[in-house]
Design a protein around this ligand. Structure first.
Ligand SMILES: *Cc1c(COP(=O)(O)O)cnc(C)c1O
Length: 390
């Protein structure tokens, strides 16, 4: 294993005395490669400016904003191919708040988790600490490898991440065989929803935040929920369990059906999200969006394979994320210096997940990111590494 990268990626102490100037012609047109918040397209920002004096600053209880929420709910259902009876819910607080809402409103007595990294681990920690639930079951992977949920006869919710953003491991969305019949599958799709096809019949709750593959801003969660999950929300709401109002999914069901949220949402986040949904639809939908991300990540993995000093972190190609590529660097190539040099040239946010602590680059290639810019990024990395004389 290469030594750990410096934990602070903003530190400039690792920068060599002579700053590295990457030639203009090598630079990407847009230098944003972060895993979230991620690149927002200029066209989305123009669309936001266009409603700057009509929709922005108006009531979320009136028709213009409710129509926008409807456009988002219908756009998500359409893009992801929501089966008959599935509904799109939304609420405030992002995927992190959704974990708490799911703990309160979906888990009956025991949760089962497959943990592949920090994000899937946080949801496990949440259900495991809930005083009204039994101890959670957990299957853990070594960072960079894949753990699948195991069959369980005790769990009534089974949770995993479709894309573990901290390691770049993608999981299949398939109901585990051999568990209890009425266990619900809860899939954290935060960093991959909209960037890969999915069969939602395999999932009861497919949830995400909009600041990743949907190129919007943070603050909201969205979830595509099955009839079984809707029934569970109703069952638990009627059970007498104390649930804080802002985390009660029964409130989200009632409000979402009215194209509203329990409390005030960020309107700009909704506008940017609706624009990205339209952009996907107008260009060919999920297959088109997925192909864009695939082209970028295929390039990144092939580029790494062709360098002596770079290796895809996820050893099994079948488990490599099609949206967030993690690339380990050899010890002779300090990632902190590469990341600093890139940043000074406007190429941003390719640092690894902080707690992973690896000598690594992590590149998010969401559909908004131009595959040509990803090719430019790797040319920039080659240039910087050569100048560092590693
Ligand atoms: C980013 C991320 C989250 C957290 O999203 P927030 O909107 O910051 O709450 C959760 N899960 C995964 C897989 C993520 O990538």
């Amino acid at each position: 294993m290469p030594p750990a990268a410096p934990t602070s990626t903003t530190s400039t102490s690792a920068t060599p005395a002579t700053p590295i100037r990457i030639p203009e012609h090598l630079l990407p047109r847009d230098g944003r490669f972060g895993s979230g918040p991620s690149k927002v397209r200029p066209e989305q920002m123009a669309a936001l400016a266009a409603v700057g004096e009509t929709l922005m600053g108006t009531s979320h209880r009136q028709t213009p904003v409710r129509s926008l929420v409807r456009r988002v709910r219908e756009g998500v259902a359409d893009l992801l191919g929501a089966p008959e009876g599935y509904e799109v819910l939304l609420g405030n607080g992002g995927a992190t708040s959704f974990w708490d809402a799911a703990t309160f409103s979906l888990a009956r007595s025991r949760a089962h988790h497959a943990v592949n990294g920090e994000f899937s681990g946080k949801f496990y920690a949440g259900t495991n600490a809930a005083p009204f639930l039994e101890e959670s079951e957990v299957v853990r992977a070594e960072p960079g490898s894949l753990a699948l949920p195991a069959p369980s006869t005790a769990a009534d919710v089974v949770a995993w991440a479709h894309n573990e953003t901290s390691t770049g491991v993608a999981s299949p969305v398939v109901r585990p065989a051999g568990g209890t019949d009425d266990a619900l599958t809860l899939v954290d799709a935060t960093s991959i929803a909209g960037a890969t096809p999915v069969d939602l019949r395999e999932s009861d709750v497919y949830y995400f935040s909009p600041q990743k593959a949907f190129a919007s801003d943070g603050g909201l969660w969205l979830a595509v929920v099955s009839p079984a999950a809707l029934a569970r929300i109703e069952e638990i709401a009627a059970s007498g369990r104390w649930i804080p109002e802002s985390l009660a999914l029964s409130q989200a069901v009632t409000n979402s059906r009215l194209d509203q949220t329990l409390n005030t949402p960020a309107l700009a986040t909704l506008v940017l999200l609706a624009e990205q949904l339209d952009w996907f639809r107008d260009n060919g939908g999920i297959e088109w969006a997925a192909a864009r991300s695939r082209r970028s990540t295929d390039h990144l993995y092939a580029w790494a394979d062709a360098r002596e000093w770079a290796t895809p972190f996820v050893a099994d190609p079948a488990h490599r994320s099609p949206v967030v590529a993690t690339i380990d660097l050899a010890a002779s190539v300090p990632a902190g210096q590469v990341i600093s040099a890139l940043r000074e040239n406007g190429v941003l946010d390719v640092f690894p997940y902080r707690k992973l602590g690896r000598n690594q680059l992590r590149v998010a290639a969401f559909p908004a990111v131009d595959p040509a810019d990803v090719e430019a990024l790797t040319a920039c990395v080659d240039y910087v590494v050569e100048r560092l004389g590693a």
